[in-house]
Write a new protein. Sequence first.
Length: 590
Amino acid sequence: MTDNAAPDAPRSPFHGVASREVVRDVVAAAALLVALPMPWDVTHRGSDRLEIVLVTVLSLLTLAIPYVRRAGVGAPSWDTVTTPRARLLGNLPYLVVAVLYLVLDAVRPDAGEGAVGAGLVLGLAGVLLAIAPTWERTLPVVAALVALGALATPVASLVAGAAWPATVVAVLNAALVIGVLWLTVVAYMRGELTAGLLLLAVGGAIAIELVLFAGGSESPWFESLHGQRLGLLLLPVLAACAARGVLDAAAATTSETAAEHAARWVRIAVRSFDLVMLVAGFVALVALVRLVGDRGDTVPLVLRLVVGALMVGVALAARRALVRDPRQGHTTAVGAACVLVVLGLVIVVARAGLGTQSNVEELLATFGLPGIVLVALLVPASVRDLVSASEPAPGTGTGHERGHDAGHHARRDGGDDGAQGGVADGPRTAAQPAVRPAAQPTAHRPSPPDSRPGSRQPGGPAPQQPWGTAPVDATQQLQPVRDVDPPASRASWETAVQPPVQSPAQQPVQQPVHEPTQVLPPVADVSGSPWSAAQAMDPGTSLADLARIVQEAPHLRAYVASNPSTYPALLDWLGALGDPAVDAALRSRR
């Protein structure tokens, strides 16, 4: 018998696998291994229990075998355990054991026998990363269970007859967990990809804290349904449930512009400041309750109360600056993040002795959330380009206060992207895309807003809008105006872009007719447009709103050009468009 077959070419274990899937499997394997020596409950570590060791080995083999087969190692029969179904079945025993420990904590009478330790949290997060569940209801179901557990802690304290300070602290913990879930999980399920990315960042930050501080022999971190708190340590589990959907949605946004990319990172920074205010407020209120109720060592409690209140104030000021103008508020936000680190270190150092004496929320407000802000504002090149632009944007704000990113805007426009739980951010309104006339020379059409650093914006250097008025959405001004195909009929296009003919007293301009045979019909307001001709002509319309009108309602640009309140920078931008109606309106001003 002869063998003339050529030897197999070398194969890579990562052939045909997306890089994000490889990273997810590596993180899952690391979490499963780290969970072994960590505490699972008050009395046991993972390595002390035979069932935990066995299910860990099984899960690790399920993760490793597909890569081994891609490398050409092993028997062909191993291919049966490389399917997604086999991966689910291989990790199911670990999932069952972890859930059983959570149930045992709930049914035991007190936290002295059960509790939820760092090993249980990391192991459960690792196995969920390995399974990468595709059921779209996985995240809301797990989040609902975590919320119910957090709400049950004050009830359990009342039933157990705990003192009123412990019950109040349990109520505050439940409020903290619900607030974090609202700003991350709920917002993501409504279609806000920014919230999903923030959930992954917060879950990763808490997981790192667990690895570094939660496994010490003295003062290890535990949470229990029968204690004063439950839910904050479980955020890495929620992040693991959302990881696949968030990463897939983020990978699908490769076509977004630099301005949209920068707007997303700015929104992440704004939401991070929201979480700082929530967590630091919790730290201050817990210190106040214990200071009034326990009357023990007052110095650390007073320190946490004062520093927590200062962190709330710093985060609020930075958030306002970033919402008002992302470009001008960038330096303020970065400096505030550094100040938050310094303030948090005061609490951490005061509670020193052992690092594990600091709580998860204190380290999150000190390092985790400020670190997310610094990464969001300093690392992306699109944000650096936004900051280095020479002119301010016409509208200010991040969109966080006016629509909660893409999910809200999509629902407002009748879309159903929010139900998908993973759409790309960025407001999409019916009136935003601008159309390009067929007869308009390309050379006269200005560059889209923020398409490059230093490009002229339609709003120019508009005055700062006073605080207390409705903030202008920066995602509107950061998102470039896109060209869309004109309607098939030239008359229908002219109807969509030319201003309506009104009485001589109200008509801002007289529309010129360039072709003897061409008659321009009157124009009605575009259906669904947030702006009207009366607003475009009204001298009392704010400068920021005028800048938004020319972006969101191109058919009203002639009215803005004739408005006596329109400021010079915006008139210059309108004059560069090459629109005959706008040019006629500009000539009428002279």
